[in-house]
Design a protein around this ligand. Structure first.
Ligand SMILES: Nc1ncnc2c1ncn2[C@@H]1O[C@H](COP(=O)(O)OP(=O)(O)O)[C@@H](O)[C@H]1O
Ligand SMILES: [Mg+2]
Length: 364
């Protein structure tokens, strides 16, 4: 997939943007607060139907206006597709080639995007929710149906929690626990499958980036290793065992919403012991592994959005990132306050956009 054009109206501080990215590198430059991240957010949202950073619908529409629009023109193997998202303060409406999309499968088909933002640097040392979010996005990229599967799970989980708080009759609660455990086992299986796929890429990327050969171990902290039916059975039993405390607290204490990823670097718990440099190396390695795996599995590299990442990495990691990007046959859009070094490096394979006060211009 290539992003060949974008047209935004009244999205965040971007009143009117019409632009065509370069097939390889688009460098988005500007001072802080001008709209660079907004631009990436406007690309990320239609492609994933998830926000790049948490936001309410009304935050997305330009202040003082009632409606906004994000329109992306994609080239999917020679076929042009237009994805439109109309935004208003209450929600959004989707159009694929001018029509309501039949299903989200056709919407997401071939539209694979990986974003890397300064916020991702919290994946290693932040709370478990950060690691789950990283993992969930990676799983969704690999298997878009995961979006529906996790929504199904979240819905069942909310229902069970409500029933716990309402002290509902056992039969009613149990009628939710059966599908809940099944949906939960599905998510766990997807997450483990993704980890198994990226493991070899991750190990070699980390060795390259951190120069600690064999130093990284990753595992999924959740139900014991078993097939999907085995995990489902285990969860059913666990829900039973924990019922008294779950009723007391009013929420479900076991399941993929409470699982975590465990990193060990040189045998030590990454969350507690990783140095700042190791944490950065690991996050960079996770992103590179995800990209390499997608490229190997899907047969094409994902669209890559890098938000101000070079300001967060040290010079050595920056060089490694650029080396990796330089070799990547895919399309990359990246924001920076200092485009000079990037342009020197990327030369004729790039275009420069300048963003100032929500206005985007292609620089010559
Ligand atoms: N709904 C909105 N309407 C108008 N301006 C907005 C809206 N949402 C965000 N902004 C403005 O966008 C600017 C930040 O843009 P951002 O893309 O984060 O900047 P940067 O170039 O530093 O990445 C801020 O000035 C903020 O006030
Ligand atoms: Mg920004």
């Amino acid at each position: 997939m290539k992003l060949v054009g974008l047209s935004f109206r009244d999205f965040r501080n971007l009143a009117e943007v019409d632009a065509s990215p370069h097939p390889q590198f688009t460098v988005i430059a500007g001072e802080n607060g001008q709209g660079k991240t907004n631009l990436l957010e406007g690309i990320y949202l239609p492609l994933t139907l998830r926000p790049l950073r948490p936001a309410r619908p009304r935050d997305l529409v330009r202040a003082g206006t009632e409606r906004g629009r994000l329109s992306l023109k994609l080239d999917r193997g020679g076929v042009t597709e237009v994805l439109d998202v109309a935004l208003d303060p209450t929600g959004r409406e989707l159009r694929q080639n001018g029509k309501a999309p039949a299903d989200l499968g056709s919407w997401f088909e071939g539209a694979t995007v990986v974003a890397f933002t300064p916020d991702d640097l919290g994946v290693v040392r932040g709370g478990p929710d950060r690691r789950r979010r990283f993992l969930d996005r990676a799983v969704f990229n690999r298997w878009p149906i995961y979006l529906q599967e996790s929504r199904d799970y979240q819905r069942l989980l909310r229902s069970r929690n409500e029933l716990l708080r309402g002290r509902a009759a056992a039969e009613v609660r149990e009628s939710f626990e059966i599908p809940l455990a099944r949906a939960a086992a599905r998510l766990v299986a997807r997450r483990r499958a993704l980890l198994a796929e990226i493991a070899p890429h991750l190990a070699s990327a980390f060795d390259r980036v951190a120069r600690v050969p064999g130093g990284l171990e990753v595992d999924y902290a959740g139900p014991p290793e078993a097939d999907e039916a085995g995990v489902e059975d285990w969860l059913r039993r666990e829900l039973d065992l924990r019922l008294p405390t779950d009723i007391e607290r009013g929420f479900t204490s076991v399941g993929p919403h409470a699982d975590d990823l465990r990193f060990r670097i040189g045998g030590l718990d990454g969350r507690r012991f990783a140095s700042q440099g190791q944490a950065r190396a690991l996050v960079l390695a996770l992103k590179i592994a995800e990209i390499e795996n997608l490229r190997a599995r899907l047969g094409f590299p994902p669209l890559l959005l890098l938000d101000d990442v070079s300001s967060e990495l040290d010079p050595e990691r920056n060089r490694q990132l650029l080396d990796h990007l330089g070799d990547l046959p895919g399309q990359v859009l990246l924001t920076t306050t200092d485009p000079g070094p990037l342009l020197t490096r990327l030369g004729g394979r790039s275009v420069l956009w300048r963003v100032a006060a929500g206005d985007v211009r292609t620089a010559e």
